[in-house]
Design a protein around this ligand. Sequence first.
Ligand code: FES
Ligand code: FES
Length: 152
Amino acid sequence: MTKVIINSQETSLKVAPETPVLWALRDALGLTGTKYGCGIAQCGACTVHLNGQAIRSCVTPISAADGKKLTTIEGLQTDPIGKLVQETWIEHDVAQCGYCQSGQVMSATALLKSKKNPSDKEIADAMSGNICRCGTYQRIRAAIKAAAKKLA
Ligand code: FES
Ligand code: FES
């Protein structure tokens, strides 16, 4: 049994300890906002926060989250910075097919939580592991900058 605080709720999970966080979220809990892309930590589609840090849930075993806090895209609704990022995403009409976007939003939110006014390089570095096959990168950058401006 793994006990994790998921989106502020204490949750007991009866899955094998080596189960990737991604599948514990999607299959055991029905939290399908977190997406499966590559499964090998290369695309960022599966990004969630573990104790506030952006992690790749496809390669992180649920045992690594025991006693810790996981936040998914569903949990950002009650997070002021997460909400702000989602608002600027809508304002900038970022999503195309949308598949990569929950991971993008999670990475952007983790960045802005650690740094309210990131430089272009810091944005590029923080977002470099999130791939978008639709090529929405310019709008992603614009939305992050707009969110940073609102935080200033
Ligand atoms: S699915 Fe996890 S990084 Fe691609
Ligand atoms: S919006 Fe389609 S993959 Fe990013």
